[in-house]
Design a protein around this ligand. Sequence first.
Ligand code: SAH
Ligand code: SF4
Length: 428
Amino acid sequence: MNEYDSSRMAAMLSASGLTPVEDIEEADLVILNTCAVREKAEEKIFHLLGRLRPLKEARPERLIAVGGCVAAERGEQIRSRARFVDIIFGPQTYHRLPEMIRRVENGEGPQTDVSFPPNEKFAFLPPRKSGGPSAFVTIMEGCSHFCSYCIVPYTRGGEISRSSEEILQEIRQLRDCGTREINLLGQNVNCYRGVNPDGSICTFAELLHRVAAVEGIERIRFTTSNPIEFTQDIIDAIGEISKIANAVHLPAQSGSDRILALMNRSYTANEYRDMVRRLRLVRPGISISSDFIVGFPGETDSDFEDTMRLIEDIRFDGCFSFVYSKRPGTPAADLEDPVPPEVKSQRLARLQQMVNALALQHSREMADTVQRVLVEGPSKDGQFLCGRTSNNRIVNFTGPAELAGSMADVRITGILPHSLRGELLTIS
Ligand code: SAH
Ligand code: SF4
């Protein structure tokens, strides 16, 4: 989400006459776009601010801005610990940056705006002029679920959906500049409820059908769908729409019903299993990935074993996993947490080992198959072309550079832990 916000800020500031620089020393404006989801990300910000201080002192007219969720949550602390910061803005007010910059330059002093004006920013952002082969499009913002460990509802505000037409217009703009894959973005995309031009309400399943009808868009992904309200109409849409990628990210967080209840996740491990069963019924072989939090306050060995069992049962194809991080102001922050940190990190290591082994097994099953990939550009080392399969794997293969941005069929010839090797068959 921050990646999307940063790219939109960059596009907006470019439209107002700024150009990006490679070297921070040359910058007239430095923006930190921050994440508050775990404590470590927050600590990094204060560390980085310490490094920015001499830059500001060397050239006081250089502007320093801090945006995103840490700014929303701890604006005052940032002000008191780093007085040199000129602008503090939240995840819903970055469209006001040009105005805030103007005010500071006019001598009106430091600016702060961490309010939540619903959906206002989209009307202020410039049309999409470039997105690359695959682009994010925000369909909804904020979250109203209040999982007991999570800071997002406090920093990004309540759930709010963009209108279906605004989203489709953005997608058509991206298509017109060559984007082939759209990643629909939101904290809970499945809770999307946008207004249609005729005033009716568009559900997420309906939105998927509308996006699929946009000619020239070849592949659709969404991040994050959530087991909370992952309803049958969405599962049916995944079965019906072949443009939807063969991969769904469905964060389980835990496999223990006791912990899931304490987390306020409103599903049980068996309900989760049933959801995946129904998904696989409409899309056999669909890749399922997840997020897990290990060491939630009071998680016992037996709770953790329940999580490991869920992972084995589902045979997840990758996951993001984290040790629980206490977020101030969230209900879980008040729970007793007797589990020693070493136990938590051992559990995390075991979980990651298991998920990595499962992902490798899934990769091995792809050996010798032909995969349709979206060619993203040169590989990291510049030796190959790099594409992404429908089930979200990187494939490196030899081919002409002009292929970037097209779809191609590639035979899988090698399996590596984090990528695949392939051989180009056809281009389309
Ligand atoms: N809305 C999505 C996920 C949003 S946050 C969902 O509910 O599925 C992304 C991930 O960060 C979460 O899935 C969770 O695994 C992790 N996360 C959130 N708060 C956390 C915390 N306090 N400690 C550790 N991990 C956390
Ligand atoms: Fe956080 Fe839960 Fe909302 Fe996801 S659904 S953003 S974990 S509160």
